[in-house]
Design a protein around this ligand. Structure first.
Ligand code: PLP
Length: 365
């Protein structure tokens, strides 16, 4: 969390801790703070403030968007998504399959990209919603979201975009990518964990996933987490300001790290499109080296990396994303993902490369 974000939040734990839904001023005045945050989040993605609903995280945002689309079109019993979505979309879709929905999981090519023709062919009169992410959390690969959004509009199908890995890292503008629903989460751009938002286009249908009080204009029941919402707003404002700086600084470090590893560690390979990717992620296969063994050695050296998504880190399964890209190889069991931030230093890059060379050599014997 950015220190400025923490500073802005503090007051809402210690002094202004009222309930914004209360009728007395000590609480109701907090509505103003929530509305400021709503405006800041809206600005990050080019939306209107009234189109933003605060949620507990992006898992909730993703579930709520698909839920709303299915509720709005009870006769349409088909969902289109991809094989490389986050588990919060995939597992929701699988749960819907158990309830009798048909789900098409679009494949990706070896670089992690979709074929738009596959999407075109998958959409039918039965399709209630297309849910396709902006940037992949394991590879950083960017889907062709403008084309996807336009195609869905042309075919009269609702489009949900999981933009968790894009917001705060590149320009996300819902006027350019006309999605009906778009999900973001705080901990990807300097806000705390446990707060997210769902953009709902003003004309898109919506029925709440959490039914309860009238909070969020009836779109999400439950007492608002004011401090977290304020933190999300401040982080969104800061992310918008540092967008271009983030890209150039982080991309340079990421490329330096990636090139150094690919050149100095034998039998390595990039997973994901070389350029059509977020600036901060590199996903590499180390042939003959099990991901988990390498991650253990890296952890012992104080280096935090992952083999897939953090949400699935405790599962034995290989990365479903790399498996979808390279089904005929063992790449999905022999990969490591490094994510960088603007706070990384050259010294850290050098130390990761040196540790990797030693660790990979030791594991290969
Ligand atoms: N979607 C993507 C692409 C993610 O990377 C994540 C989490 O990292 C999520 C959804 C879920 O976000 P949250 O942990 O806020 O529920």
């Amino acid at each position: 969390m950015l220190p400025e974000v923490f500073e802005a939040m503090k007051q809402f734990f210690t002094e202004s801790w009222g309930n914004p839904s209360s009728s007395y001023r000590f609480g109701s005045e907090l509505k103003g703070a929530i509305e400021v945050a709503r405006g800041q989040v809206a600005e990050l993605i080019g939306a209107r403030a009234s189109e933003i609903v605060f949620t507990g995280n992006a898992t909730e945002s993703n579930n709520a968007a698909i839920h709303a689309a299915l509720r709005a079109n009870p006769k349409r019993r088909h969902i289109v998504t991809s094989q490389v979505e986050h588990s919060s979309v995939l597992n929701y879709c699988m749960a819907m399959e158990k309830e009798g929905y048909r789900v098409t999981y679009l494949p990706v090519d070896r670089e992690g990209l979709l074929k738009i023709a596959d999407l075109e062919n998958a959409i039918t009169d039965e399709t209630a919603i297309v849910s396709l992410m902006w940037a992949n959390n394991e590879t950083g690969v960017l889907f062709q979201v403008t084309e996807i959004a336009r195609l869905c509009k042309a075919r009269g199908v609702l489009y949900h975009c999981d933009a968790v890995q894009a917001a705060g890292k590149l320009a996300v503008d819902v006027s350019q990518v006309p999605a009906d629903y778009l999900s973001i989460t705080g901990h990807k751009f300097g806000a705390p964990k446990g707060v997210g938002a769902l953009y709902i286009h003003r004309k898109a249908p919506f029925s709440p996933l959490l039914c309860g009080g009238h909070q969020e204009r009836g779109r999400r029941g439950g007492t608002e987490n004011v401090a977290q919402i304020v933190g999300l707003g401040v982080a969104a404002q800061m992310a918008k300001k540092r967008l271009s700086g983030f890209d150039s600084k982080v991309r340079a470090f990421r490329d330096e790290l990636e090139i150094a590893i690919l050149c100095s560690v034998p039998e390595t390979e990039l997973n994901g499109h070389k350029t059509h990717r977020t600036a901060n992620t590199t996903n590499l296969t180390f042939r003959g080296v099990e991901s988990e063994a390498l991650l253990l050695l890296l952890d012992q050296a104080g280096i935090c990396a992952s083999s897939g998504s953090a949400c699935l880190a405790d599962s034995e399964e290989p990365s479903h994303v790399v498996k979808a890209m390279k089904p005929d190889t063992t790449a999905s069991r022999q990969m490591v993902r490094f994510s960088l931030s603007a706070a990384n230093t050259r010294k850290e890059i050098e130390s990761v490369v040196a540790t990797l060379k030693q660790s990979v050599a030791a594991l290969r014997g």
